[in-house]
Design a protein around this ligand. Structure first.
Ligand code: UDP
Ligand code: MG
Length: 315
């Protein structure tokens, strides 16, 4: 059995050597053949040089380098396309995903699991963020077609057939958390203690979290559109009832002019609602727009692999 590791790297020059050392030690201890596929996601620092250097001294090192920063989702996709192992572990380069856990993942894999998922505890997270996350997952699991879990990220082991499944999903807008859940297969979850980001600020600002949250909601269902229909229906019913009442009052008492407040409230309220619904429709159309362009997820600048070694056949 051969193991592949996929490691997206964006400006990780400072930690990459340390990470590689720690990971190699762990992998050697498992006694299995392995390869490490580093994906340099258009780093602005010396990450690529560091990878070239690693590859020169360690023959298990493969690397891919992008022409610019395409984002972690694209980097993971590239890594999965070139990883040739019977099982693939995806992990971060910044040592937030402890290499010691790879051995444990392998044990689960050997017991027949297709996805071995590491789930981080939220120890040390700000309380507001934890609350926000809890609420979000509670909400999304009521809405989305796939089940998403709090604390679960990209750190996981995937069997060959799980990877092949992921590679069949050719969408441009890749919301990995949802894709992992979408493919299914036997999965097992284990917890590890949160490792705090020390060297720099997390890229997860509140705004990015919000955008990521919306992405999750919109990538996996059309329920927001359904909601528009329901809300529209309810409002129509209310409007009809109100109209009956207004007409009845007018028939009995004649028309007096007041009603200014009701009018303004109705106009602004409905105006706002219509903008929101338009926004929802716009979001979906925007997604269709990007999907139909069929652009590649990334462009390669440099690699020590043969581009023909890519395993999947999607464009
Ligand atoms: N990463 C990437 N491309 C990006 C941003 C991040 O490949 O555009 C990599 C990064 O090098 C790291 C992993 O994705 O290995 C997680 O990134 P980061 O530590 O910034 O995110 P966080 O830990 O806050 O989730
Ligand atoms: Mg990190």
């Amino acid at each position: 059995m051969r193991l592949s590791l996929v490691v997206p790297c964006f400006n990780e020059a400072e930690v990459i050597a340390k990470f590689h050392q720690a990971l190699s030690r762990e992998l050697t201890a498992t006694g299995r053949p392995y390869e490490i596929v580093y994906v340099d996601d258009g780093s602005a620092d010396e990450t690529l040089d560091a990878l070239v250097e690693l590859a020169a001294t360690d023959e298990s090192v493969r690397y891919l380098s992008f022409s610019r920063n395409f984002g972690k989702e694209s980097a993971m996709l590239a890594g999965l396309r070139y990883a040739s192992g019977d099982a693939v572990v995806i992990m971060d380069a910044d040592l937030q995903h402890p290499p010691e856990l790879v051995g444990r993942m392998l044990e689960h894999y050997e017991r027949g699991f297709d996805q071995v998922i590491a789930r981080r505890t939220r120890v040390g997270d700000p309380a507001t963020r934890t609350l926000f996350a809890r609420t979000y997952y509670w909400l999304i699991n009521r809405w989305a077609d796939v089940e998403l879990m709090d604390g679960v990220g990209d750190f996981r082991l995937l069997s060959r057939r799980a990877v092949d499944g992921l590679l069949e999903l050719g969408e441009y807008n890749r919301f990995s958390k949802g894709l992992f859940a979408w493919i299914g297969f036997e999965s097992i979850l284990f917890e590890y203690e949160n490792v705090k980001q020390t060297d720099r600020k997390s890229r997860w600002t509140f705004r990015r979290l919000l955008e990521y949250g919306l992405d999750g909601l919109l990538s996996f269902n059309n329920k927001p559109l359904r909601l528009a229909i329901y809300v529209g229906g309810v409002l129509t019913a209310i409007a009809a009832a109100y109209a009956v009442w207004v007409i009845a009052v007018a028939a009995l008492n004649g028309v007096k002019m007041p009603g200014y407040v009701t009018l303004i409230a109705a106009i602004t309220g409905l105006g706002g609602l219509q903008m929101v619904m338009l926004g929802v429709i716009g979001e979906y159309i925007g997604r269709i727009y990007y999907e139909t362009k069929q652009r590649p997820h990334y462009l390669l600048k440099q690699t020590n692999m043969d581009p023909a070694d890519r395993l999947d056949k999607t464009p």
